[in-house]
Write a protein that binds this ligand. Structure first.
Ligand code: AMP
Length: 747
């Protein structure tokens, strides 16, 4: 094992009287947290001293090997016990794994700092270094003392983190070959699934073990080995901090985005900032990008497909939620590549479900796809005209899904526990996860039956007495607990219809997808609202993968299907004062294009800058930051003499391209999206600028009817934008704010 290289650190070897890590944790688990350890020692070093801690079992086997800093000392002022709290720094990987596994079973041990055990006296964080600190003996007797209590104040620098490379995970870095069959993949929040069309019939591809889906979960097992799918799911309860799930909700989002801020508390593993400020996952002292995590799941799905089809697979159609923004779609493409898959097409899930419903049936119908999955809900209206599938309206709630139903049940179970026992529930995170699991199982069972006993044995100890959780849940009670959630989905359906002036009776068929749509109350409320029961023609769990397979199949056909989508959320620019100005509006048919002409506002100006966001809020900071466009290399001329035409172009997969052309010479100006600025930096700068009144945006050019638009998609002819605003106005504006004002021309 590599030695920890910590300049000037004091070596500290501690030999423990225990044979196994379990014995150590059972006796002295209270003295260790994720972030540090308390050691009783006669000779201490002052706070701030760098130490290399080498903690060994009785056999001499290493238990912990880590850089550390003396965080506090005890017993140096004539009271308490002599000892030190060491805050961990960089640790070797086995140590990190041990600590992560330890904190998973020690509920008190979540702290980032060492504990202060009872009876050792007050911690001292400021003891000055003695003139000649007594040398630490090479081996000191450690007596970690009594069980710890928490809340030692924080200090000391964070440990150095290592970004995991694609190569070290065995991921593909080359462009995958575009040869061989194309499979469809539903990359789901909870489960992922591959499908393929054989003999004109689509079918999901089961694994050798007979599973139709691969859990979208990745974990390190107790031996530190990376596992994906079912084995990872199997250890979710026992090792939650090392088990990554729900990556789909985070991929392609900046760490500082409002959504990541809201959902990160819901995950048991640690979400950290990646290399470029994007959300990433921290496991031990290593940072994994969400592309890497998604790629490992996709690679597993790809392997299932290869085993089933008996040949290499390197091409796929991958589905994503309709509301995925540009960054997220790019991230999925990148994940596909890392998994060795050329992504032929990114397909929106509702469109995939509609394909599964209507493919080959020459339908002429307006359908609504109701998709209630594990974490999110979305509703989309599509018009099906033979082989043309046109989305006309879409909307949803990214915070409404099966998990909210589970949470409502857990809350009720805990109330019942308190009512029955007269004691407030005092379980740890593992106990809560067990209750959560039981709640979800009961919820699914109650889709079939009317009553279910929820029994979780030995769920907690209160005053040294063990307690079970034992509650009988009826479907009626479940309905009472979650009716508001189902009502909210119906409200979203209503809004999606209203956006296009439609009424429930204008919908010919409602297609239910997503596991949570199996809840009978969903069927009841949908039937009531639409005046007819939902379609029985699609399988709620398989429809999306089957639709992807059908599109994959159609790619090789002469008379393929034509898909027309809408932009799920507006794309626009940040304005001074922190406002957001849409350039391309939500629900505009795709492909869509819009151009503006800008002029320089300073003499000799060679660069222009544009911050691009996507979302439906009027405030830029509530939307997703897509990037900053810098147009460099403009010719040096007097202000107003250089004109640049900026074009926002969203293709039929909702991928954004921004190009810029310098007008005076007709030369193309290099334009690239960068994520060099953090979203905060951009937002702070915008907020600092003087607030100006919003200027009206020229109308967005939308394609005409479905068939005309379909032809355009097929032929990839961009829509020609309207004339740009008057460039002369632009040249009169001052600074960045003036330039942005100029962007909209009529401030
Ligand atoms: P999905 O993301 O589509 O796989 O949906 C997963 C969600 O569906 C989870 O919250 C599951 O608990 C939920 N779910 C799966 N089966 C059922 C069922 N039979 N009844 C109710 N909810 C279910």
């Amino acid at each position: 094992m590599a030695e920890l290289n910590q300049a000037g650190a004091v070596g500290l070897v501690v030999k423990l009287p225990f044979a196994t890590p379990e014995e150590f944790l059972a006796k002295y688990g209270g003295n260790i947290t994720r972030g540090g350890i308390y050691l009783r020692a006669k000779a201490v070093r002052p706070p701030g001293t760098a130490v290399t801690l080498d903690l060994r079992l009785a056999s001499g086997d290493r238990l912990l090997y880590t850089a550390a800093i003396v965080h506090f000392v005890t017993g140096q002022q004539g009271q308490g016990i002599s000892g030190m709290g060491l805050k961990f720094g960089e640790a070797d990987p086995p140590t990190r794994r041990f600590l992560d596994a330890a904190v998973a079973i020690l509920p008190h041990a979540q702290s980032d700092v060492p504990p202060v055990p009872n009876g050792v006296g007050p911690p001292d964080f400021t003891v000055p270094a003695p003139a000649a600190a007594p040398a630490l003996p090479p081996t000191v007797a450690a007596d970690p003392g009594a069980p710890a209590r928490m809340d030692a104040p924080a200090a000391a620098p964070a440990p150095a983190l290592e970004m995991v490379t694609d190569a070290s995970l065995g991921l593909n870095i080359e462009e995958p070959p575009r040869t061989g069959p194309v499979i469809g993949i539903d990359l789901g929040t909870t489960n992922s699934c591959a499908a393929f069309v054989r003999g004109n019939k689509p079918g999901v591809l089961p694994s050798r073990e007979g599973h139709n889906t691969v859990p979208s979960i990745l974990a390190f097992n107790q031996r530190g080995k990376l596992v994906v799918g079912h084995p990872a799911k199997g250890q979710m309860l026992t090792n939650p901090r090392q088990t990554v799930y729900g990556a789909k909700r985070l991929v392609g989002r900046p760490y500082a985005s409002p959504i990541v801020g809201q959902i990160k508390g819901r995950f048991h593993y640690e979400i950290a900032a990646g290399q470029n400020g994007e959300a990433a996952v921290r496991l031990g002292d290593r940072i994994y990008s969400l592309q890497q995590i998604s790629a490992l799941i996709l690679r597993e799905v790809r392997e299932v497909a290869q085993n089933q089809l008996g040949q290499p697979i390197s091409r796929a159609v991958i589905t994503v939620p309709a509301y995925y923004n540009d960054n997220q779609r790019h991230a999925v493409r990148e994940a596909g590549k890392l998994a060795g898959l050329y992504v032929e097409r990114i397909l929106n899930e509702p469109t995939a479900a509609a394909l599964a419903y209507g493919y080959g049936k020459k339908l002429n119908q307006r359908v609504l796809v109701y998709d209630l999955g594990g974490g999110t809900f979305d509703a989309s209206v599509l018009e099906l005209n033979d082989t043309v599938y046109e989305v006309i309206s879409t909307g949803g709630d990214t915070f409404l899904g099966g998990i909210d139903f589970d949470n409502a049940i857990v809350e009720y179970l805990l109330q019942e526990f308190e009512r029955q026992t007269g004691r407030a529930f005092q379980g740890d995170r593992v106990a809560l996860q067990r209750i959560n699991d039981a709640a979800e199982r009961a919820k699914c069972a109650l889709s079939e039956r009317s009553e279910m006993r929820v029994h979780v044995a030995f769920i907690t100890m209160i005053d040294n007495k063990p307690y079970d959780l034992d509650v009988t849940l009826t479907r009626q009670k479940l309905i009472a607990l979650t009716e508001g959630l189902v009502d909210r989905t119906v409200q979203v359906c209503e809004e999606v219809l209203q956006a296009k002036g439609l009424k429930p009776q204008d919908i010919d068929e409602v297609i239910l997808v997503g596991g949570q749509s199996r809840f009978p109350l969903v069927h009841e409320k949908i039937t009531k609202f639409f005046g007819q029961p939902p379609s029985k023609g699609v399988h709620p769990d398989e429809a999306v993968a089957l639709g992807a397979a059908l599109l994959a199949h159609s790619l090789g056909q002469l008379e393929g299907v034509v898909l027309i989508d809408v932009l799920p959320m507006a794309i626009g620019v940040g304005l001074p004062g922190g406002r957001f100005k849409p350039v391309l509006e939500r629900n505009v048919s795709l492909p869509a294009v819009k151009s503006y002409t800008l002029s320089t506002h300073r003499d000799g100006q060679t660069e222009l800058e544009l911050t691009v966001f996507q979302g439906d809020s009027e405030r830029a900071q509530d939307n997703e930051y897509l990037g900053t466009l810098r147009l460099a290399g403009l010719p040096k001329k007097p202000r107003g003499a250089v004109q640049v035409t900026v074009t926002f172009e969203v293709n039929n997969e909702s991928l954004l391209k921004v190009t810029a052309k310098e007008g005076t010479t007709g030369r193309e100006v290099v334009s690239t999206f960068t994520t060099r600025d953090t979203p905060e930096a951009v937002k702070a700068r915008l907020a600092q600028e003087e607030s100006v009144a919003a200027a009206p945006v020229p109308p967005v050019v939308t394609p005409g009817n479905a068939v005309a638009a379909a032809r355009r998609v097929a032929a990839s002819v961009p829509v020609v934008p309207e004339a740009a605003p008057d460039a002369a106005v632009v040249s009169k504006q001052k600074g960045f704010m003036g330039w942005l004002k100029g962007l909209f021309g009529r401030a």
